[in-house]
Design a binder for this molecule. Structure first.
Ligand code: NAP
Length: 478
């Protein structure tokens, strides 16, 4: 697989009009990986124009043909799993085993939407008069833009672009500054798969704001799909309002992870490890606040700390490493200040609690007990390998605690009581709930949040709906 370093616009690999580039470095070793194109507004404009020019042709391609092209893309992604995983690990730091998993997860959206492309149907409706026939058809919304984060360099692109392309839309993607190479590799495979010129475009940039402004305000763009922080999501929502674009927002999370007194504690520890430590704690669905019933808190904390202290830290490209570095120094500074604040306010550190001896942006996997809901660590998205445990005494109390946040993406709880499983899942104000399960994402189910965690759903049968408009057609006999 080739490593591409230029923008992919209208089927061509191109430099920025300004000729500017920026450097991509490996967060584990700080080594230089590549110079990539540093796009500006004019490059984003060129990409939107290219997507606009390709729209009529692509939307007219028969669904089965679209499906076959997407399947070819899926096959190529899977054939290049190892090379894509190595590239991803080099630019975002996640362990190879997780990068391999992300390739499979990301590819699954391409396969799923290749299948969905053939099932976009409308309805016939009861007529209101003898000479009338009423029907609906569903059509792609038009030119779409996608702005994606660094923590899932591949899957956040395919989760948006595969349904868009299956629906007959054309797309411009702006990947995160830190992880452009995986996006460009995907573009290379898209070209090889036969996705026509202009249908899938990638512009890389060191400034999300400049390119993002064009992608969220350009009148040719009918839909913007964003994954990233709630703060940037709010900026994009405001910008998109000017031309009343459709929007999908996959934003920040502050996931509660509740362990009730009747839980299988060993299963809860396994679920906590899987939910908390994926990508070194840097996923939007990572458990962020652990609420453990006071009668089982010591057992849970002790068993979890034992597992956490066994995690192997290091360069994610080395086999056997469980935890890579955080994405950059700003990220580790944030995690360290949240932990320091909690410790100063009375939290007890069971393991970890400081920067790792490896230096750079490596942080020791940490477990904190005696955390309170008032501490900053309970109120902010930690985005790092830190478990913070608050104890509770009743179901009502813990539901109030869990819902006491502006976020509403994922929530998890462990119980063996069926009534509790039903009641608690209904009362949690979240878009996704895992019961006795710490890993819930799949291409088959709708992914998304409520409150300030976002708008819309990705994946599942609803994923493609986000890229379709329903048109009502009324036919009168004359
Ligand atoms: P971020 O700072 O919001 O960046 C996300 C993307 O937005 C990047 O491509 C970034 O470009 C771009 N961007 C930044 N400022 C912009 C602006 N003013 N206008 C347009 N685009 C702009 O988020 P992040 O730190 O990379 O990612 C972590 C966040 O994403 C967390 O809050 C996490 O919970 C959330 N997330 C949510 C989901 C979900 O599905 N709900 C999934 C993954 C992550 P640059 O890289 O160039 O700054």
């Amino acid at each position: 697989m080739n490593i591409f370093k230029k923008n992919y616009i209208n089927g061509q690999w191109s430099d920025a009009l300004s000729q500017k580039t920026y450097k991509v470095n490996n967060p584990a070793t700080q080594e230089f990986i590549a110079d990539v194109v540093d796009s500006g507004k004019e490059d984003a404009e060129k990409a939107v124009q290219s997507a606009h020019a390709a729209l009529a042709g692509w939307s007219a391609v028969p669904p089965k043909e679209k499906a076959n092209i997407l399947k070819a893309w899926f096959n190529l992604i899977m054939e290049n799993q190892e090379a894509l995983a190595a590239l991803m690990t080099s630019e975002c730091g996640k362990p190879l085993v997780e990068s391999r998993g992300e390739v499979v997860y990301g590819a699954s959206f391409v396969e799923w939407n290749a299948e969905e492309a053939k099932r976009i149907s409308g309805m016939t409706l009861p007529a209101t008069a003898a000479n009338k026939r009423l029907m609906t058809i569903r059509q792609g919304v038009g030119v779409c833009t996608a702005i994606t984060p660094w923590n899932f360099p591949l899957a956040m692109i395919t989760r948006k672009c595969a349904p868009a392309i299956a629906a007959g839309c054309t797309v411009v993607v702006k990947p995160a500054e830190s992880t452009p190479l995986t996006a460009l590799a995907l573009a290379g495979l898209a070209a090889q798969a036969g996705i026509p010129e202009g249908v899938f475009n990638v512009v890389t940039a060191s400034s999300g704001a400049e390119v993002g402004e064009v992608l969220s305000t350009h009148p040719f763009v009918r839909k913007i799909s964003f994954t990233g922080s709630t703060a940037v999501g709010k900026i994009l929502l405001k910008q998109a309002a000017g031309t009343v674009k459709r929007v999908s927002m996959e934003l920040g999370g502050n996931a509660p992870f509740i362990v009730f007194d009747d839980a299988d504690i060993d299963a809860a520890v396994t679920g906590a490890m899987a939910s908390k430590f994926r990508n070194t704690g840097q996923t939007c669905v990572c458990a962020n606040r652990f609420y453990v019933h006071e009668s089982v808190a010591s057992e849970f904390a002790e068993k979890l700390s034992k597992r956490v202290s066994q995690l192997v830290i290091g360069d994610g490209s080395k086999e056997g490493v469980d935890q890579g570095p955080l994405i950059n120094i700003a990220a580790i500074d944030k995690v360290d200040s949240l932990v320091t604040d909690a410790l100063q306010k009375g939290a007890k550190c069971l393991t970890g609690g400081k920067r790792h001896d490896l230096g750079g942006s490596f942080y020791e996997p940490t477990v904190l007990l005696n955390v309170t809901p008032q501490m900053s660590i309970s109120q902010n998205e930690i985005f790092g390998p830190v478990v913070s445990i608050v104890t509770f005494s009743s179901q009502e109390e813990v539901i109030d605690l869990a819902n006491d946040t502006v976020y509403g993406l994922a929530a998890y709880f462990y119980t063996r009581d069926l009534s509790r499983a039903i009641n608690v899942s209904e009362q949690l104000e979240y878009g996704m709930v895992g019961i006795n399960d710490g890993v819930i994402s799949t291409e088959i189910a709708p992914f998304g949040g409520v409150k300030e965690s976002g708008l819309g759903r990705e994946g599942g049968q609803t994923g493609i709906d986000e890229f379709l408009e329903t048109k009502y057609i009324c036919i009168s006999e004359v």
